[in-house]
Design a protein around this ligand. Sequence first.
Ligand code: FAD
Ligand code: MG
Length: 326
Amino acid sequence: PPSLHAEELSMTDFVLGTVCTVRLMEGGSKATLDEAFSRLRTIEDRMSANRDDSDISQVNVMAGKKPVKVSEDTFYVISKALEYARLTNGAFDPSVGPLVKLWNIGSGDEKVPPTEKIMAAKALVDWRQIVLDTTTRTVFLKKPGMALDLGAIAKGYAADEIEKILLNHKVKSAVIDLGGNVFVFGSKKDKSSWRIGIQNPESERGEYLGIVSAGQMTVVTSGVYERYFIENGKRYHHIMSTQTGFPVDNDLISVSIVSKSSIDADALSTALFVLGIEKGMEFLKQFPDTYAIFIDKDHNVYLSPGAGKVFTLQDKSYRYAEKCYC
Ligand code: FAD
Ligand code: MG
């Protein structure tokens, strides 16, 4: 059950496959928190790929058979995900489901699947075979065996939805943390900037590599360090290359995005991880007021133009890369 910490008016619960916390610093009430968590549970019920009765599972079961009517929420998130698939030419692809299921990373019982299975799953990943009909609000996957997975974007949507609830409840100041996907809302009582730590990918939780400091914003990180397994000394993480069918194999360990919109930050953190530094920096140019912080295996930190205004490096074992994109 969710735990309510009365003294600071915050609530924590396990939703969306992770630990979620909403802290009200000024304004709002227990009813605000109840509404926020009930919204999170609704989003999970509709968008989980692991629940038989979710919109997503029903669309997946009907792949190759017929279109399925989904909730407005789900339709919106799939549309957004398709927009990113189009923009990234499929580097970000919400039809990655067959690969996610096959690799099953995070289950605690993983091994590298046989090559034939990887190739077969990869062949089913193709965002161009997703058909959305706005008039009937239906989703159709053209090939049997295709499957949607919104794991790279739905938490971002959820944070934006909580923002709306906080606005409705006239909250002045709050922090939303959906498993490290952080959204700071409003302004602090003393009017100082919010500070959000970016986790050091190679140390225990709680240690920061650097700090992002600004007004209302969201900071979302995609990395190789939370959902992964090691086989024969090689790390296999959960961000998939739709080109190879294997986890993306570049030198990155994490990509953090700073933005006003959490759904975009979530999609972008995954998309830029897949695209890598060069293409990712180029891609980001079309998003105003959005910053990226890339970290590679050699502890180099790469900032997108303007990111230096909000990010400060703290951990001395990391350094700014020689190549500057500013
Ligand atoms: P991100 O980088 O934002 O996303 C990575 C995830 O996106 C991968 O885990 C995969 O799902 C997907 N993905 C991988 N490659 C690509 C690609 N190239 N393009 C697009 N997407 C890609 N976890 C559980 O263990 N059990 C659950 O029951 C569960 N239910 C969930 C229900 C919902 C509605 C959501 C949103 C998440 C749920 N999760 C669950 C967590 C989920 O499985 C992912 O691990 C999580 O969303 C990853 O988020 P991230 O921010 O760490 O990484
Ligand atoms: Mg993401």
